[in-house]
Design a binder for this molecule. Sequence first.
Ligand code: G4F
Length: 354
Amino acid sequence: MTNNKIKLGWIEISPEESNLEIIDVGEKHFRRKKAFITGIAGQDGSYLAEYLVDLGYEVHGIVRRNSTPENQHNRIDHLEDKVHTYYGDLLDQGGLERLLDKIQPDEIYNIAAQSHVRISFDIPQFTVQTNALGVLNMLEAYRRACPKAKFYQASSSEMFGLSVEDDNFQRETTVMNPVSPYGCSKVFGYNIVRNYRRAYKLHTVNGILFNHESPRRGSNFVTNKVAKAAAKIKLGLQDKLELGNMDSYRDWGHSYDYVRAMHLMMQHDEPSDWVVSTMETHSVREMCELVFSHLGLNYKDYVVQNPKFLRPEELPYLKGDSTKIRTKLGWEPTYTFKEMMEEMVDHWLKVYTK
Ligand code: G4F
């Protein structure tokens, strides 16, 4: 184990502190850091769990119970022996508190959410209960069970809504003007995290993440919907792709790069709010063009609009200014937009060629 890894995934303890697994480096003693992840079976949760396990963390996480347990752990099947999972729900504060009390994590990552913006118009109350009240439940459980831990909240660029600065960016200081039940719920989560930081001197961090994708993205989000459909069209398994608004712009990065940013901001001494973005924006149309041309196809021959996928109110433009995290913490994305989209298309080609 390198010294660097000791620094990242292990924490220094006094020799008296008893723990199952302790390593000695000279005079110093270390134990594994413990992380608790809500939403561990989701796209970001699974990449984060992988990343933390690799750094030496002991990783715990909750998954929501549903009626098809076969699909519940798909994204973390390969980590089965390496992470500890429990049933849990952001709406069940008692259960959360009991778990945090038992585990006593060093870092808590609250990533679970109803994360689909259009669906938040179909189930607004559930969205707000989970994404707003759920954050408060987590904060209360944390405050009572393990207030010395650090707390990460998955805040979102959707909170900016219609606000764009004169230089066409959104950044930490941009006014929030959300345009969906999802965006409104996330603004509450963001603010209550800041409130608990000041009021109770808790180490709470907001990561304001712009869109982030990967082959593990749910295929009802636009990037993976397009990547999957284009691969099926190429293989003759599908004729058409129905989309909603193709003229909105998004700043799309890779989930793997963004979970590295989450971890990095939690290692900083001062709790703060951080924008994570690629600083580039592309329209849905440009993304379709890129994906279909990777397969030697013209998207115009296959993509049609279906009003069913339009939103009652749309967020037209996102481009994040992540100068703060780049300059203060040295974070940089490793994937380009093209590399990320091609990875997603190639993933689906492999799935459907088997
Ligand atoms: O992929 P999307 O559904 O992502 P959206 O709404 O930007 O939200 C994602 O990013 C947020 C960060 O800003 C997260 F907080 C949130 O949890 C989620 O991860 O849609 C992207 C764009 C939208 O403008 C949408 O109207 O694509 C447009 N779009 C066009 N046709 C479509 C479709 N979106 C979806 N999901 N499906 C379509 O058929």
